[in-house]
Design a protein around this ligand. Structure first.
Ligand code: ZN
Length: 411
């Protein structure tokens, strides 16, 4: 495919160089330490092209030589690897109760993090908070900054970074990406928080599988879908927006203005509302009461788990994805809730499909959205974040790199 682009004449010289650079960098990132000859063999590029590109990457500080590998007869080859802290990234999670920001290196290691509580999340105030958080984070690093990745609840047009609608933040058509780009001069990518979490669990949460469903359950509910190794967003960025599907026609009024949405029966708000009159006022108190053996809380939490289990069954029945992860503040309830979700999922879809499906709590916890937003940024800006993909998927990506990058980037 690379050769094809080189021959076709359709790509400009500059495009071809950028394409080759991404291909070589992602190969060193995935397979390093690796020799130039092996990069050439894996990418199908000529040795001369690889040497030129590697020279540029070394000059840019993105790759480095780390000594000689074992000899296979002749002179031992010099090995290359990506310099993990050659660039730092800013990752933001505009969460329910707090805005969390982190400086992250090219391997997804959090270098520093800042969290600010959010009480007033009204439009302009919230945007000002985001600006100040970014300023504070940028002041903590002297490395070149690759860009800013943001995960936030709601329907996001990721091509321009505009929050089309965030029920929980009371945002509508907020051009967050454009505002931050204008202010910092950096590339900015904005993604839905559930989708960002799915990407993070896929890239950094191991074990790597081609398909993955991540359901985030907090005040809001949303799913992120990784299909065929890539984040699937649907035709209008709304894939996985299950929180406002009607599950109880004529039910409780939802914040979106309609009745009986999934969020009205399975979210943290729904659980706390169901405990009215028990003296339990918030989710933390409910989690503590459950751990202390409170049977009323247990019954409410299991009922919420069953409602969620039905929604998960629909996703599993539709997509036949065998790995489902649950994340978000409601996952703090742990086993009784997880068991209710699992049992309902198992009994509400075709057994042949659900018998091989596992439902577990996600692994990345607090950093998931930040890491997902960072992964999105790395994919878009450098063509990275494909590390550790099963070899057949990696080979597919290597063959059609530009298409692969575009698909994931439209995240
Ligand atoms: Zn709703």
């Amino acid at each position: 495919m690379t050769e094809l682009i080189e021959r076709s004449g359709k790509a400009t010289h500059q495009e071809t160089r950028a394409h080759n650079s991404r291909l070589v960098l992602s190969t060193i990132y995935d397979r390093g330490p690796i020799s130039r000859a092996d990069v050439a063999r894996l990418t199908g590029l000529t040795r001369t092209t690889v040497s030129d590109v590697v020279g540029e990457l070394i000059r840019d500080g993105l790759a480095r030589e780390i000594g000689r590998g074992p000899s296979t007869g002749g002179k031992a080859p010099i090995l290359l690897e990506v310099t993990d802290d050659a660039r730092h990234l800013v990752g933001l999670d505009l969460g329910e109760k707090a805005f969390r920001g982190a400086i992250v290196d090219l391997r997804g290691e959090v270098v520093s993090a800042i969290e600010v509580p959010v009480d007033d999340r009204d439009g302009d105030v919230a945007i000002d908070r985001v600006f100040r958080l970014v300023d504070r984070l940028l002041a903590t690093t002297d490395r070149p900054i690759l860009g800013i990745g943001i995960g936030t609840a709601g329907l996001i047009d990721t091509t321009v970074g505009t929050v089309l609608q965030a029920v929980n933040l009371d945002w509508r058509d907020v051009p967050l990406g454009a505002l931050l780009r204008a202010r910092t001069g950096l590339p900015v990518y904005v993604a839905n928080d559930s989708q960002a979490t799915a990407l993070a669990e896929h890239v950094f949460g191991g074990p790597r599988t081609s398909n993955l469903i991540v359901v985030k359950v907090g005040e809001g509910i949303g799913a992120g879908l990784v299909l065929g190794g890539r984040l699937f967003q649907g035709d209008g960025f709304g894939a996985g927006e299950i929180g406002h599907m009607t599950v109880c026609p004529g039910g409780t009024l939802c914040r979106c203005g309609r009745l009986g949405c999934l969020e009205t029966v399975a979210s943290s708000r729904a659980i706390v509302a169901s405990l009215a009159g028990t003296g339990i006022a918030n989710l933390d108190e409910a989690v503590a009461a459950l751990r202390a053996g409170d049977e009323r809380v247990r019954a409410v939490v299991e009922a919420a788990g069953r409602e969620l289990g039905l929604a998960v069954a629909w996703l599993v029945g539709t997509l036949n994805v065998e790995r489902v992860l649950l994340v978000g503040s409601v996952a703090e309830f742990g086993e009784p809730w997880l068991a209710a979700v699992r049992e309902t999922m198992q009994s509400s879809a075709l057994a042949l499909i659900t018998q091989d499906t596992t439902v577990e709590i996600g692994r990345l916890h607090d950093d998931a959205v930040v890491l997902g937003a960072s992964a999105l940024l790395m994919t878009r800006e450098l063509g990275l974040s494909l590390a550790g993909l099963p070899s057949e998927v990696a080979a597919d990506v290597a063959e059609v790199p530009s298409a692969g990058v575009a698909a994931e980037a439209s995240a």
